[in-house]
Design a protein around this ligand. Structure first.
Ligand code: FES
Length: 172
């Protein structure tokens, strides 16, 4: 190889190497410093973090309450409705609904669908509970699966009534 050719080859190789290294360094720096955000975007991220922390604190308070107590107040008897369930969290920290059922007796029932775990709607659909995910209907007073892919009933939530107030209890 002539000296001139060698110099050309060398300069191409070196400039290619420099371009590659610079690109790689830029990527590393961007990864370390994070994306360039405006103040508003950064504030929104902080706000979301605060909301997530609030949710975690709320969940931990519910957990603590369930560890320390044997019964938890849900609502007054007068707060129950026939066509729309009052949402609450059961002793296992799962969503549930409280209704006024047949003969005006309270019905406290899990709202976790026994098919794949979606939450059933709080408003009754033609007198039945509906899981909208894959359309299963459940009977309100028994939790029995009536129609759709779920086969197991929705479990009832144990409760007691004291002085016209409804409490969920650890053991029925
Ligand atoms: S999860 Fe409820 S029907 Fe599938």
């Amino acid at each position: 190889m002539h000296r001139r050719d060698f110099l050309i080859w060398l300069s191409i190789t070196v400039s290619g190497f420099i371009a590659l290294t610079t690109n790689l360094l830029n990527k590393i720096l961007r990864y370390i410093s994070g994306p360039n955000l405006t103040k508003e975007q950064e504030a929104k991220l902080v706000e979301e973090k605060i909301q997530n922390l609030d949710r975690s604190v709320h969940l931990e308070k519910l957990r603590e309450e369930r560890l320390l107590k044997d019964k938890i107040l849900i609502c007054g008897l007068k707060d129950l409705k026939k066509k729309e369930g009052l949402p609450f969290v059961d002793f296992n920290l799962k969503p549930a609904l409280a209704f006024l059922g047949k003969d005006n007796n309270p019905v406290l029932i899990s709202s976790v669908c026994t098919h794949l775990g979606c939450t059933v709607q709080s408003k009754l659909n033609k007198g039945r509970l509906l899981c909208p995910c894959h359309i299963t209907y459940f009977e309100l007073d028994t939790g029995k699966a009536l129609e759709g892919p779920a086969k197991l009933p929705l479990p009832m939530v144990p409760f007691i009534v004291e002085e016209n107030k409804i409490y969920i209890v650890k053991h029925a």
